[in-house]
Design a protein around this ligand. Structure first.
Ligand code: DQA
Length: 148
């Protein structure tokens, strides 16, 4: 069975590589996309990779994912901690979502420990830097296999 997976990146993640490398590492989003494409081939899934700095656009992309993708890997950036709209988009579409963060959000500022995404996600991967992306792909595929 081949799955179509959407990896969705939120605000400021287009700046990866130069953005606070001590927190987020020096890998660019283009590097991450290349790693994910290789992982997709290995897993036998098809991959769409996207980024937006706009909350409503991210909501639209989650809506559009329904029927098009089997699941979503979402690094919602700072919207993780603020966006009831993104949380509602996920519960409205019922699409399986793996929440992802490069940094360990639980070991940082108090406000980062709150995730609206976590309430509606299958699970969360955080703290492994760019390596979290292929890990999240494995986690999502294993979830899809287990629930098909
Ligand atoms: C992040 C963590 C968020 O708290 C932050 O606002 C980001 C990136 C991460 O990948 O570690 O933009 O989602």
């Amino acid at each position: 069975m081949t799955y179509s997976i959407l990896i969705l990146n939120g605000p400021n993640l287009n700046l990866l590589g130069t953005r606070q490398p001590e927190v987020y590492g020096s890998t660019t989003l283009a590097n991450i996309e290349a790693t994910c494409s290789a992982k997709a081939e290995q897993l036998g899934v098809s991959l769409t990779f996207a980024q937006s700095n706009h909350e409503g656009e991210l909501v639209d992309m989650i809506h559009a994912a329904r029927g098009q993708h089997a699941g979503v890997i979402l690094n919602a950036g700072a919207y993780t901690h603020t966006s009831i709209a993104l949380m509602d988009a996920i519960s409205s579409t019922m699409i399986p979502v793996v929440e992802l963060h490069l940094s360990n959000i639980h070991a940082r500022e108090e406000f980062r420990k709150i995730s609206y995404i976590a309430r509606v996600a299958v699970g969360q991967i955080c703290g492994f830097g760019a390596a979290g992306y292929p890990l999240a792909m494995e986690a999502l595929v294993s979830h899809l296999e287990a629930t098909k």
